[in-house]
Design a protein around this ligand. Structure first.
Ligand SMILES: [Fe+2]
Ligand SMILES: [Fe+2]
Length: 381
């Protein structure tokens, strides 16, 4: 049972770790664990959350024991301290069609919370909620929703990454109504944790002015013709266009309808750690906390969110990066180890600019060629 502790409840969040089966010998695993240990020592949380894309699932059917050992190794710094840890599914846990196996194995690991509370016909393999109780364990006071944001859209040309489906939203609304009843007829304050962000994250941005382009970030897919900056009042870093679903299925609108949702936390985009309010709901993005998939030099991060029992509608959050813990990175070479956020983003912008310039140059050469052929045909020299 999750309970407030001296009037506070601290949640330490780890993004996209992407651990793979060679963890025993790979220095990337060791560096990730250094960050985990340092953050656990500093924040001493009541709960940890893994934001999905946690461990490679490529061999889970062939080697389920190996998967279990890998997952246990990833969370060992947490479970050694007897701190509970909840984990959600990312798109990559869905990649190999073994999601049920992943949930079954995770559910069997002591101290790890991952399960499916929804009936089988409801979309997703791990939709669940956990309540935080008063210190005496008698009264549920706060709800944590863990939602499976699925994998890829049915028609990837229309919607590349999937959204939370309408049946999942209906389940969330039905369960929220029950919580309202036990909470004296008012919505229970709550957070949402899910891997793929809602499209409303783009509401935290504004279009970049032409002179701001070196500091701006290009949108994803349908928004790729626009470069964005964070709006005033938002904090953190926008390093890539959020890979939200191309279709807005109304999940954010449902949060507003139901009430009580104070904040939503997302993984999936490994370079972003921005956060800000849209329509009174705090949207917070997580960078990777590891070094496995694409990273941002030594900027792997954690976020600690603290809920105040005496004022359940307020919370604080703080992010801290690998380098800021004073840790030494061993897995990245000297260039990548010293890469900054800004440099990595500017390389993307320079690559985009070169691509456009290349296209223009090719078009100009083509026009010149056609023109000179025309002139030769007309007998001109
Ligand atoms: Fe990921
Ligand atoms: Fe992902």
């Amino acid at each position: 049972m999750l309970k407030f502790n001296n009037g506070k409840f601290k949640i330490l969040i780890f993004g996209d770790i992407h651990e793979t089966y060679d963890y025993k010998t790979n220095p990337k695993f060791k560096d990730m664990q250094k960050l985990m240990n340092a953050a656990l020592e500093e924040y001493k949380p009541d709960l940890c959350v893994l934001m999905g894309d946690n461990c490679s699932t490529g061999e889970v059917e062939k080697d389920p024991d190996g998967f279990k050992k890998m997952m246990e190794a990833v969370i060992k710094p947490i479970t050694d301290r007897k701190i509970p840890v909840a984990a959600i599914l990312g798109n990559h846990e869905h990649d190999h069609g073994a999601e049920d196996k992943v949930v079954e194995i995770c559910n069997s690991i002591e101290g790890l919370i991952m399960r499916n509370d929804t009936p089988e016909e409801i979309t997703g393999n791990a939709n669940f909620k956990e309540l935080i109780y008063s210190e005496d364990g008698k009264t549920p006071e706060f709800c944590l929703w863990f939602i499976d944001s699925n994998n890829l859209g049915e028609d990837k040309d229309v919607c590349h990454y999937d959204y939370v489906h309408s049946d999942q939203i209906r389940w969330f609304e039905d369960e929220s109504a029950k919580l309202r009843e036990i909470n004296g007829g008012v919505p229970m304050p709550a957070f949402v944790f899910q891997h793929i962000p809602v499209p409303e994250e783009y509401k935290l941005f504004r279009k970049a002015k032409i002179w701001e382009l070196p500091w701006a970030t290009r949108g994803f897919r349908g928004k790729s013709d626009t470069f964005y900056m964070l709006k005033n009042g938002c904090k953190g870093y926008l390093g890539e266009g959020p890979c939200a679903p191309d279709i807005n299925n109304g999940q954010f609108a449902s949060w507003k309808r139901v009430g009580g949702i104070l904040a939503a936390f997302f993984g999936h985009d490994h370079l972003n750690d921005f956060s800000g309010y849209f329509d009174d709901i705090y949207l917070a993005q997580h960078k990777t906390s590891g070094f496995r998939a694409y990273t941002d030099g030594c900027h792997s991060m954690v976020r600690c969110v603290t809920i105040d029992e005496n004022n359940l509608n307020s919370f604080t959050d703080e992010i801290k990066h690998f380098k800021e813990f004073g840790l030494k990175c061993e897995c990245l070479g000297p260039i990548f180890r010293n890469f900054t956020d800004r440099e990595s983003r500017n390389i993307h912008i320079a690559a985009d600019a070169l691509y456009v310039l290349g296209g223009v140059a090719t078009a100009l050469i083509g026009i010149k060629h056609i023109k000179s052929r025309g002139e030769r045909k007309n007998g001109k020299k």
